[in-house]
Design a protein around this ligand. Sequence first.
Ligand SMILES: C[S@@+](CC[C@H](N)C(=O)[O-])C[C@H]1O[C@@H](n2cnc3c(N)ncnc32)[C@H](O)[C@@H]1O
Length: 297
Amino acid sequence: MAATAHHDTGVEEGVGTTALLVAAARAIETHRPDALARDVFAEHFVLAAPASAGWPTRLQQVPDGDANPLWGRFARYFGLRTRVLDDFLLQSVHTAGIRQIVLLGAGLDTRAFRLDWPSRSIVFEIDRTEVLAFKHKVLDGMSATAKAARAPVPVDLRADWVAALADSGFDRSAPSVWLAEGLLFYLPADAEASLIAAVDRLSTRGSALAYEVKLEPDLMTYRDSPLYTSTTRQIGIDLLDLFAKEPRPDSAGALTSKGWSASVHTPFEFTHRHGRGPLPEENDALAGNRWVFAHKP
Ligand SMILES: C[S@@+](CC[C@H](N)C(=O)[O-])C[C@H]1O[C@@H](n2cnc3c(N)ncnc32)[C@H](O)[C@@H]1O
């Protein structure tokens, strides 16, 4: 991980800027006529942060439109990911009776405001202090109203976040659904392994977890890909510099050894399911991306 990513510089520098990148992608998705997910708050985050105020929030502002690797294909990837994980969370609360939702590395995720949660649901949002402070400033400025109880948990996920979550009211005797969307590849391998072990310890039977990983053994394989080079060139975010480089733990294997079921999917499966989204291409930085859905029976 780059040195800057260790400091809490909010959304202005280091890993925090990636929260703005995803927000911009969701803003663009929101304005598509065939949007896979809509987030009316996303463009307000983008416009409020000096780091992103000049970025596009709709595809019409991008001269080459869908042909642009960053604001076309990569943004659509985030739109698809948002939709698929929205569906996973809603299915967990509506069919499994879960009322505790934990967003790990929540960033500018507005699911607490966007989705229809059953009564008595509570959404725990874990991210670093300055990222959550920025998020609250923008949402407060819009007088946004959440559709569930919300518990922001400002803590670094490399520190003792379990205690911070407990202090925020998390009930480890009740089932929970967990989400690590766009997070694990920024964490050191040992932090990912302890995070997965902690999720297992805090999860009763009937709990669920979805997370995203990158499976390529060497991230640098795709360093010249249109996706990485356009992200660096157009908005100055070098994702490869922010990603942790060490070999990743086998989190799906760790979960199954603890009795969880885990299914591993490519994003492209969901592109086919929804009839829109990114498809595989040559020199594809998305080739190793997997979305994992796990349940503790
Ligand atoms: C790519 S963003 C994804 C945000 C959100 N999950 C989404 O998809 O919109 C990654 C987020 O992980 C957070 N993050 C990265 N490392 C973290 C750490 N060590 N502790 C807490 N949050 C972290 C960043 O602050 C950022 O908000």
